[in-house]
Design a protein around this ligand. Sequence first.
Ligand SMILES: [Zn+2]
Length: 310
Amino acid sequence: MNRIALLILSFSLTLLAASCNDNQAEQRGEGQKLNVVATTTMLRDLVTQIGGEKVKAVGLMGPGIDPHLYKASAGDVNKMQEADLIVYNGMHLEGKMGEIFKNLRDKDKEVVAVGESIDEKKLLASSDYEGSYDPHIWFDLKLWMEATNVVADAFIKIDSDNEDYYTASRDNYMKKLEELEQYVTARSRELEAERRILVTAHDAFNYFGNAYGFEVRGLQGISTAAEAGTQDVSKLADYIVEKQIKAIFVESSVPVKNIQALQEAVEARGFQVQIGGELFSDSTGSAGTEQETLTGTIKHNIDTIVDALK
Ligand SMILES: [Zn+2]
């Protein structure tokens, strides 16, 4: 294609985008999919589970991306501006995107912060942000069931014609989550209480620990924004030796080097700790794998944890 043709094409695309922005609600006629943007892979999965064929789910972050550090690109902002609904976690999980969500709300976009719709009494406090809560709610399946309700309600609000569809897929997914919760509980109980200690790269697993009876220690805090210091490594290494912990775990969205440093510090104290495998913390697995869905990652995590600590 020559330069002039390219220019004309890009000009007409710009016009098209502008007209879409102006009256997208009217333009989404019968049979048109809802255009929903979700920030994390967990939320994109949830949107897909509830929305099915009625929704075009657009995820901003790919597998293995750390949401605490993620900065939205100009392309991301465009996607959000064109969306019928934007779904994010909130509670500073998307720590560098707060201003963007505020701007979208100011422009009257439909924006839902799933975590911030959950009853505060059920949330754990955050040690990183004063007055805020731990954002890693997907690890307590009961809380994720509430998140499921929040997303289903948001779909029904803007697309009431398909209420029956969303209600049915919500109920279906709830059943899946209930079954998975029974599985996680049963596998946890294979470990004696004193073996249920989970050491990972950052403090993502507090809800998991709370719900399924694990003591949880992360090398970095609730957010990965602050690096672990030598003191953190040294304190945690002492703890591992004291409790004779068999295995520690890396996370798919956090660099491996910190956990390796911890393993070396334990070795220097004359004790051997294994790296028990990779857990999915703030991201699901790659597309096309069993861990592409949240339920797949939770099953992978509990199997990895219990098999390594047994
Ligand atoms: Zn995290």
